[in-house]
Design a protein around this ligand. Structure first.
Ligand SMILES: [Zn+2]
Ligand SMILES: [Zn+2]
Length: 141
């Protein structure tokens, strides 16, 4: 099994992920956009046990606007780290935080909220896939 490492912007917080992500893709929701200050969030979802913080645990801040997403960042530099999704039983380690990961997106979610239309031929879910509690409705590019 492969282990990849990542760290926050200043290096105070270090972590590793082991194995393979459950899913990879892009989230276009307003919450991701507002939180990240970017137009879209490239996500990689992992089983929580695949993620291990190896340094700087005490420097991790958490904020949850909803019970669905607990967003984590480094309290020193403000750099974003990952988001726990307890109701899904998964954790989103932002793709940009794992530079060595071969990012292979398979889906776009919450595309009804997009501000950045991407024509890459991948499925565009209106909200979330049915197996993740969404409508399962796909939108045209
Ligand atoms: Zn930091
Ligand atoms: Zn989102």
């Amino acid at each position: 099994m492969s282990t990849l490492t990542g760290c926050c912007f200043c290096g105070e917080v270090e972590f590793e992920v082991t194995g393979q992500p459950v899913a990879m893709g892009y989230c276009h929701c307003e919450s991701c956009r507002h939180w990240s200050a970017g137009p879209v969030n490239a996500f990689t979802l992992w089983q929580p046990q695949a993620l291990r913080v190896t340094r700087g645990t005490d420097s991790i801040g958490t904020y949850n606007k909803t019970p669905i997403s607990f967003r984590k960042w480094c309290k020193k530099c403000g750099g974003h780290l990952f988001t726990s999704h307890p109701t899904m039983g998964l954790v989103d380690v932002y793709a940009a935080m794992i530079p060595e990961l071969e990012f292979a997106p398979g889906i776009h979610v919450n595309y009804q909220e997009t501000v950045l239309w991407i024509h890459d031929g991948l499925p565009k879910m209106q909200d979330m896939p049915a197996e993740m509690g969404g409508s399962g409705v796909a939108l045209a590019e």
